[in-house]
Design a protein around this ligand. Structure first.
Ligand code: LLP
Length: 416
């Protein structure tokens, strides 16, 4: 459930008309709802209320400082995958002691920075990375709390581009090789082996794959326990899906129900790293219809927001709902490809959408709060767009539209 609803013919973000926001702040524009974000954090928190847990919001889904700050105030920790994301969390007022650091390619410098910040856990993804962590921790004389990201070879049954827990994926250490690595790490001074980690994929619409992975992690936990290696948490990553179109994902309570009971029986804490399910439906992307155009049979609705602002449709063929901010019941319905101004044939927000739209209308892409702004670029000389957060009848600008000079501010013009 979210707080973007029609009242009469007008789409509202909480208590504000989206068309008014678009007029005030200009388009393209991201609009977030504070009530929706708060509701989602609470739904995750409640779903794990009777077990020790840490919710580490996946910063890659949306790294906006204002959003991270809100999450931190609501008690969340964070999952980061780079020094840049960790610095973002700190800049937003997040607590580094509640941060887990994932990713297959952490550099020695990033590991050093993370250890100095005293993060909660480094999720190590290879034997070679373990060697670097050992070395850096020893040089710093700092204890590194670590987990190994295990690749359980479980099919998350999602889009191949966002499936991460299969043997052929680059992520994690194969589960049948990891015991030996745990044994090795448990002998190292400066390393505190504290967890087992996995993340099998994103946009999962059933809890079954993660339950299958959990069973594998639990049997690993038992093996380690028998070897005298005591784990204090199991991190299940993120992955809960959302409704973009016709998907029917479970609620957090249903998703974690059976999993939680199994982990509670071990007496260890559960960590999760949700990204999409926290923010996707707490954000919309608003663009303006610049032109309507027909090429023979085909009808195009050309908007001022493009693949550089929201790349999911172009990159994954994602189908995201598109609505007119102000319903136009008097207009004839037409099937349009909603396309952006970028010079690429794949620059589209939606294909073959039935819309009642005219030039100057504002169109909204729903579900754009996750992997929208965070994946945007300045391709085609297009500044990063403005973002606002709505809180009931108030609106706050949380990122100004990038100024043109900022596009080249780090560049150096050679002198003759
Ligand atoms: N933890 C790790 C280690 C991850 O790699 C990810 C996402 C998450 C947590 C958060 O997963 P979520 O709860 O959001 O499913 N750009 C793609 C999604 C890529 C996900 C990458 N990893 C998209 O727009 O669909």
């Amino acid at each position: 459930m979210d707080y973007f609803n029609y009242r009469g013919d007008d789409l509202f973000a909480e208590d504000l008309k989206v068309a008014d926001l678009a007029t005030t702040f200009g388009t393209p524009l991201y609009v977030y709802s504070k009530a929706t974000l708060t509701r989602h954090v609470k739904a995750f928190d409640d779903s794990l209320s009777d077990i020790e847990h840490l919710i580490c919001f996946a910063v890659k889904a949306n790294g906006s400082l204002a959003i991270l700050n809100l999450m931190a105030r609501l008690g969340c920790g964070f999952d980061v995958v780079s020094e840049g994301e960790l610095r973002r969390v700190i800049a937003a007022g997040g607590d580094p002691h509640k941060v887990v650091f994932s990713g297959v390619g952490k550099t020695a410098r990033e590991i050093e920075f993370a250890l100095k910040q005293g993060i909660k856990c480094l999720n190590i993804e290879s034997k070679a990375e373990l060697e670097v962590v050992k070395q850096v921790a020893a040089e710093l004389k700092l204890e590194a709390r670590i987990a190994f990201r295990v690749n359980p070879n479980v099919d998350a049954k999602t889009h191949p581009s966002i499936s991460t827990g299969l043997k052929h994926n680059k992520f994690g250490i194969p589960i049948d090789e990891v015991v030996e690595v745990y044994q090795q790490a448990s002998q190292c001074p400066y390393l505190k082996v504290s967890g087992i980690d996995c993340h099998i994929g994103s946009q999962m619409t059933s809890g079954a794959p993660l339950l299958e992975a959990t069973d594998k992690l639990i049997s690993l936990y038992e093996k380690l326990k028998n070897l005298g290696i005591n784990i204090d948490h199991i991190d299940l990553g993120g992955g809960l899906g959302v409704t973009y179109d016709a998907e029917t994902p479970p609620s957090p309570a249903d998703f974690f129900g059976a999993i939680k009971e199994k982990i509670a029986a071990l007496g260890v804490a559960i960590f999760i790293e949700p990204g999409r399910a926290m923010v996707a439906n707490a954000g919309i992307f608003v663009s303006k219809c610049l032109y309507l155009k027909d090429n023979g049979e085909k009808h195009f609705c050309i908007v001022d927001g493009g693949m550089n602002d929201l790349i999911r449709p172009a990159l994954y063929g994602s189908v995201m709902t598109i609505l007119n901010c102000q319903k136009q019941p008097e207009l004839q319905e037409q099937v349009y490809d909603v396309v952006g101004p970028v010079c690429e044939s794949d620059d589209f927000l939606g294909k073959e959408r039935k819309l009642q739209v005219k030039q100057g209308d504002f169109l909204v892409v729903r579900g754009a709060g996750a992997y929208g702004s965070s994946m945007s670029s300045v391709y085609n000389g297009r500044p990063l767009c403005c973002e606002v957060l709505v809180d009931q009848d108030k609106v706050y600008e949380i990122r100004h539209r990038q100024r043109y000079e900022e596009l080249w501010q780090n560049e150096i013009l050679l002198e003759d």
